[in-house]
Design a protein around this ligand. Sequence first.
Ligand SMILES: CC(C)(COP(=O)(O)OP(=O)(O)OC[C@H]1O[C@@H](n2cnc3c(N)ncnc32)[C@H](O)[C@@H]1OP(=O)(O)O)[C@@H](O)C(=O)NCCC(=O)NCCS
Length: 233
Amino acid sequence: MTQSATPLENATPETPLTPAEIPPPPGRGGLVGKLGKAVRRPGHAVLVLSSMARGQYYRLKYRLLRRKVIIGKNFKVIGKLDIRGPGTVIFGDDCFVICTYIQPTTPWTHHPDAVIRFGNGVGLSGTRLGCRVSITVGNNTGLSDARIMDSDFHDARSNSTDRQNTEGANSPVVIGDNVWLGAGSMILKGVHIGDNAVVGAGSVVATNVPPNAIVFGNPARVIWNNAAPKPTT
Ligand SMILES: CC(C)(COP(=O)(O)OP(=O)(O)OC[C@H]1O[C@@H](n2cnc3c(N)ncnc32)[C@H](O)[C@@H]1OP(=O)(O)O)[C@@H](O)C(=O)NCCC(=O)NCCS
């Protein structure tokens, strides 16, 4: 008896699969697939389980401390997450933190009305955030060990002899979906970064970044559009 071909075998560029017919990626096919992967890669499974446990630890910790911290589903942490301040910090679903104890991830708020909001699937890796008003990060964005500030914290133009006690300018920061902030980059107050943009390592971003742009340097400038092929010299 011959078996009829599966939708996958029948698929051609002219008759592509419907979304329902697309098979799950290997290793992600439900519980059995996950268990199979865990058996094949026990070290990875231990890492995932411990990061999930640590995510739950931080959820419980900030709840017990009665802090304004909201954490979505599947939160994973490897290393140290240090949330401080009187404001609100919100993580969407599937966010993950990977860093060390020496360089923790620090979403800090500096005003009771300040809000740091991460979308779904955001990755933080030793990222430092200082928020007086609002820092918003879109879905699936990777922040690496960048530094993000929505305030100057001190007034550069004040004649005060006690600058430490002056008020700096504040302006919300908005970072779009699927953005990648390179290592050591710095995002200053008021900056909006468009979806799919890339900020190169070590950049200082003081002005808005359009969607799909690759920017780097100090001050960061648009160098390429990442939807276009890389230019050859
Ligand atoms: C921005 C970036 C993605 C560009 O990568 P790329 O397209 O492969 O670019 P290239 O490495 O070919 O560099 C092209 C030019 O840009 C320069 N350049 C690249 N990145 C730069 C940066 N961050 N700052 C200044 N100049 C940079 C290069 O020196 C080179 O200059 P040249 O043409 O005069 O020789 C990459 O350089 C970068 O900064 N990656 C971030 C990595 C990171 O921080 N990862 C963190 C872990 S998640």
